[in-house]
Write a protein that binds this ligand. Structure first.
Ligand SMILES: N[C@@H](CCC(=O)N[C@@H](CS)C(=O)NCC(=O)O)C(=O)O
Length: 310
């Protein structure tokens, strides 16, 4: 933590310049925040600065250590990463697992898209596309899971390079898998799961006819995945020895098949032993978070069974 013991100021402008904070923020701390009573009569906590700090500033030529430390603390709080998602959502799971595996401090905010919460104005302020996942990190609001994974891997210094390597060629190859994913594997897997099992959970009808077409796209994508990026005895995509953001994103997509009927899942994944082995590798490399975050799918599966029997 930076020490401000030597910071001496005589007015707001100097203080703001020294600590690189907006004048309005410093004033807020200095004067405290005006508060109104809430419905139940409580007064919310104010951020009144300690008297000593106030006195220091009034005196005009004093060290503002306590005030500055409070501002820094608030900044850190504001910088805490917020992940808006839902564990039924494949891309949300990838982000949650990524944060957990890499020890990134984050707050998980559940947006239940099965009941339309993603269309509420507050969430659309964060993601105007009304989809989970999205993140808020300081002033940054970001949506699209692949962009988020790449941002997290680059913005947090403790994340090992192999997740999204600095080397531009390795990075470009990962990017190419991520781009392919959205219009192929995801298209097939997402629509197949909705049309064959998940629909009723989201108040949508099942559509067995569409599911047949979705399965064709999904199976073709699985074959491509095996023959292009998992060729030879590759443990992870691109023949890497450790998983990258692409492994995590694609593995979470395929895991969505946990919610479909067991015989359908076996029919689709059975012909792809390399895929099954690779998913196990991703699971092992990110254990126990991978399993823990995917547990939610079992609850969804139980809900599907209940809706079916009703
Ligand atoms: N391309 C987006 C896809 C996000 C997405 O499809 N999210 C789904 C949940 S998995 C969603 O929020 N759907 C809301 C809706 O369809 O109304 C990403 O990778 O983040």
């Amino acid at each position: 933590m930076r020490s401000y013991l030597s910071v001496r100021v005589c007015n707001f402008s100097q203080l703001c310049a020294k600590i690189g904070t907006k004048r309005s923020v410093v004033k807020l701390y200095f004067h405290g925040k005006k508060t109104r009573k809430t419905k139940n009569g409580d007064r919310p906590r104010t951020r009144k600065s300690p008297l000593t700090v106030r006195w220091c500033l009034i005196q005009g030529f004093h060290t503002c250590n306590a005030l500055i430390l409070r501002i820094e603390e608030e900044r850190r709080r504001e910088m805490t990463l917020k992940v808006y998602g839902h564990r039924l959502s494949q891309p949300s799971r990838a982000i949650i697992i990524f944060c957990k595996v890499n020890g990134i401090d984050f707050e998980e905010v559940t947006i239940d898209f099965t009941t339309g919460k993603h269309r509420l104005p507050d969430f659309k302020e964060i993601n105007p596309m009304a989809e989970v996942p999205a993140i808020v990190h300081g002033d940054l609001k970001l949506f699209e899971s692949h962009a988020i994974l790449c941002y997290l891997a680059s913005a947090f210094p403790g994340v090992p390079d192999r997740w999204y390597p600095a080397d531009i060629i390795s990075r470009a190859k990962i990017q190419s898998i991520l781009d392919w994913h959205h219009s192929n594997l995801r298209r097939g897997a997402l629509n197949y799961c909705i049309n064959s099992a998940l629909g009723p959970v989201r108040s949508l009808p099942l559509n067995p006819q569409a599911a047949i077409e979705d399965e064709k796209i999904l199976s073709a994508s699985l074959s491509k995945l095996e023959s292009v990026w998992l060729k030879g005895d590759a443990k992870f995509l691109l023949g890497n020895l450790q998983p990258s953001v692409a492994d995590l994103s694609l593995a979470c997509e395929i895991m969505q098949l946990e919610v479909v009927d067991e015989k359908d899942r076996k029919r689709i994944l059975g012909p792809h032993p390399k895929i099954l082995e690779w998913i196990d590798n991703v699971k092992c490399a990110t254990s126990p978070h991978f399993e823990e975050v995917h547990e939610h799918l079992q609850e969804v599966k139980a809900r599907i069974a209940l809706l079916k029997s009703a």
